[in-house]
Design a protein around this ligand. Structure first.
Ligand SMILES: Cc1cc2nc3c(=O)[nH]c(=O)nc-3n(C[C@H](O)[C@H](O)[C@H](O)COP(=O)(O)OP(=O)(O)OC[C@H]3O[C@@H](n4cnc5c(N)ncnc54)[C@H](O)[C@@H]3O)c2cc1C
Length: 494
């Protein structure tokens, strides 16, 4: 027996949950949903505020079968993937809150690398199927090419070609349109669980450990666990770490990129079939002298993503800059001295307008923790990274796999808190190493690596191996270690 402070409303749920079929999906919104206090006239339960009087009750652990109420703040790829992964666990009552007026992705393509593909498979077949339904194009390989210097147009390295790209071990990466992937992850989710226009501002922990979330529109929601998947400018991160912590906010890496999606035939005409071919789809990354070009086929060969990037010169980095318009002359300047065909392709694909919107690449300094009691952060909220190693989305998938595995095993709120602690322990070292590695990779990829420069031999030795620890990662072992750690902790608790 254990003494808990529970609200009367939880007590009522306790008896409801004691019904033998509590693990089966409720035909209508679960009782906890009523605690999402909408001041919105369309809401179904405007007057169902639970009494907030605290009463002490004795709960034997054996009957603590009340669903664990989980709130996810942020409906980007991380939040959506986690939601998808948690929903099959019927003892978890999950709701997702998004600040925007709808659940949508405005970004372009995202590469789901081998490690993330294996994490998707471990979450379950329905998650992996979302990727194929979203029109993901499995790449036959990735080629790093040198664009400038004495060995210009030489191949630096490439990942192995594989005949069987359906085999997990052999796949390299799949490129998917973000909006399509998000749509698939959220399709079929009960709309009662998805709440748009809900900008989380703060939360308060009740004496019984439950949380009250406060949204910008004046509404509140009660839960046991809050997961901040609210992106690089995360509110939950700031609340966990405290405003004074220098790691609470992101920092600029001083690099920027311009991205565009172009019709396949147009890009193929500019770059040639040798480089753009859906039948032999490969990601190409070109290393220049301070500049970088990447192109890959997506949407089952309808579109090609073209990205150019560079680093601001030292002294010109503006610490607070997220975006700016870049004139075509500046873009052309970056590609002067590149092989003529590539220079012309950039000119034709990116210089048709006077200027293009550029996005600065930001990252998080390493946080001392991703967890505080019943609250944690995941995805970009936890470890926003520069995109040079295409791993931010993949880390979100891995986070979702670990969090859903552990929370799926938690039988009580206390165990759910333990799950968050274990998540922090297993995920922080790996994700922070990736953020660090990605920043360094960005310098090398723009020909600015101190050791490598535009030296073909050195690039061959140093560039591609930087992906080894990211993609050749045993997610199954990672998951099993987390489960073992969780079970040890839970045994220690009881
Ligand atoms: C140029 C570029 C290229 C990239 N390429 C790749 C790649 O190839 N492969 C890869 O794996 N990764 C890539 N990434 C990284 C990847 O895009 C991100 O890691 C991933 O999208 C993060 O998803 P997220 O859900 O954590 O954050 P976001 O997509 O930012 O989602 C956060 C959500 O939270 C919402 N929100 C914010 N504040 C609140 C609040 N207070 N309350 C409620 N909701 C809130 C936002 O509206 C948003 O919908 C790239 C990133 C960039 C910038």
């Amino acid at each position: 027996m254990r003494l808990c402070w529970e609200k009367q409303s939880r007590d009522a749920n306790q008896s409801a949950a004691a019904q033998p079929n509590w693990t089966t999906p409720a035909p209508s919104a679960p009782k906890q949903h009523q605690q999402h206090h909408q001041h919105n006239p369309h809401h179904h339960h405007p007057k169902s505020h639970p009494p907030h009087t605290l009463i002490p009750i004795l709960i034997p652990l054996s009957i603590m079968t009340t669903p664990i109420r989980i709130a996810i703040s942020g409906g980007g790829l991380a939040g959506a993937c986690l939601l998808h992964a948690l929903l099959p666990h019927k003892h978890l009552d999950v709701h997702i809150f998004e600040s925007a007026s709808s659940f949508k992705e405005s970004g372009m393509a995202v590469g789901i690398a081998r490690n993330a593909l294996s994490a998707l498979d471990l979450i379950g077949p329905s998650t992996a199927q979302c990727l194929s339904r979203a029109g993901a194009v499995p790449m036959r390989g990735v080629r790093f090419m040198l664009a400038q210097g004495p060995d210009a147009e030489s191949l630096i390295s490439e990942t192995h070609e594989n005949d069987d790209i359906t085999d997990n071990e052999k796949r390299v990466t799949s490129i998917v349109h973000r909006a399509a992937f998000l749509h698939e992850l959220l399709s079929g989710v009960d709309p009662e669980r998805m709440h748009a226009s809900k900008k989380l501002e703060r939360y308060v922990e009740n004496p019984d450990g439950s949380l009250v979330l406060y949204f910008a529109d004046g509404t509140i929601h009660e839960c046991d666990i809050l997961i901040g998947a609210d992106g690089i400018r995360s509110t939950v991160r700031r609340l966990i770490l405290g405003e004074e912590d220098p790691a609470a906010k992101p920092r600029s890496t001083g690099a920027w990129c311009v991205m565009t999606l172009m019709p396949y035939t147009e890009v193929q005409k500019c770059l040639g079939k040798g480089f753009v071919d859906v039948e032999d789809a490969r990601e190409y990354m070109w290393v220049g002298d301070g500049s970088y070009l990447i192109h890959n086929v997506l949407q089952q060969g309808e579109l090609v993503q073209v990205v150019v990037a560079t680093h601001e010169k030292e002294g010109e980095v503006k610490a607070d800059r997220w975006n700016r318009m870049v004139g075509v002359e500046e873009i052309r300047g970056l590609f002067k001295g590149w092989p003529q065909r590539l220079y012309e392709a950039v000119d034709q694909l990116l210089c048709t307008k006077d200027e293009q919107p550029a996005m600065y690449l930001w990252e998080h300094p390493p946080a001392s923790t991703y967890v505080s009691g019943p609250v944690c952060i995941m995805g970009d909220a936890a470890h926003a990274t520069s995109p040079w190693q295409g791993s931010g989305g993949g880390m979100s998938v891995e986070d979702s796999m670990i969090l859903s595995t552990l929370l799926g095993r938690a039988e009580t709120v206390t165990q759910a808190r333990t799950a968050l602690q274990v998540y922090d322990r297993v995920r922080r070292p790996r994700t922070q190493r990736i953020v660090e590695s990605s920043r360094g990779t960005g310098r090398i990829a723009c020909g600015l690596g101190e050791e490598t420069g535009l030296d073909l031999g050195k690039l061959r030795g140093k560039l591609l191996p930087r992906w080894d620890f990211i993609v050749d990662f045993d997610n199954e072992k990672h998951r099993d270690e987390a489960v073992e750690m969780f079970e040890r902790e839970v045994k220690g608790e009881t």
